[in-house]
Write a protein of this length. Sequence first.
Lengths: 93, 205
Amino acid sequence: MLLIPCPYCGPREEVEFACGGEAHIARPANSDRLSDAQWSDYLFMRKNPKGVHYERWNHARGCRRWFNVARDTVTHRIYAVYKMGEAPPSVTP
Amino acid sequence: MVEAYLRRGPLAHRSLPSRIEADGPRKSAAGLWLAWRPHRAQVNLRGDASDAAFIGAVRQAIGIDLPLKANTTSGGGDVKALWLGPDEWLVVARDGREGDLAAALRQALAGMHAAVTDNSEARTVIAIAGPRARELMAKATPLDPHPRVFGPGACAQTVFAKAAAIIDQIDDAPTFELYVLNSFADYLWAWLERAGEEYAIAVVE
Ligand SMILES: [Zn+2]
């Protein structure tokens, strides 16, 4: 069980949250000119790091807001939590 | 507002009035008091908390300042506001006020980037009180119910026995009011009867 610090509500248990996968994936502006390979890369291909991962979480059973989390996929340690639209903080494990 | 003759709360079939009568003599010995508050005006309000014009218009419409601190409430006389999110509140009052509260808010917020939605028929209220109420809260929710972090004036959206709920601690008894979706109310009441057994339950008014 993770204790996740929602940037609005403070620390809450993992059961209240839903993970939304990798963060900071921008939708290509020129999607009509992309090849199928480029489009599928945007749609489906995700990083799968062993270590720090920047991901989106939703406080689904709480304030229902989306935010970002920098989490270590090995230790589950949460290094940073930051709001949507904010730049990812640099994290040294 | 639903026509009165169609209106039946989700726990109506449980014959709680006769339970209240039967449990009366046992109330002082019970550790947990359960009550059902079937209908309440509940208006969902969304808007920009950092906009003084929005906050001012709400104050003018319903007479209270919205709580801006996360997981807190404001007001509490006729009208009360529960913080649900950084731009979302639940305005509650006695049953029957939903129409005039929503109309007053809509009028005051006309032209602003805001939303007013009457959600009164979505949820019912179950009150949990008594000397062992905090122990039951600890068992039902992942929240920390210790008075150091959760006291009167605190509210939270969380899971209660796996169902989504809004919890509002209304006094030091302590009394916790649980806003739950009508369709979950019967399940939650059954869960409370079972989980609260060890504290000795009295159903109260
Ligand atoms: Zn939250």
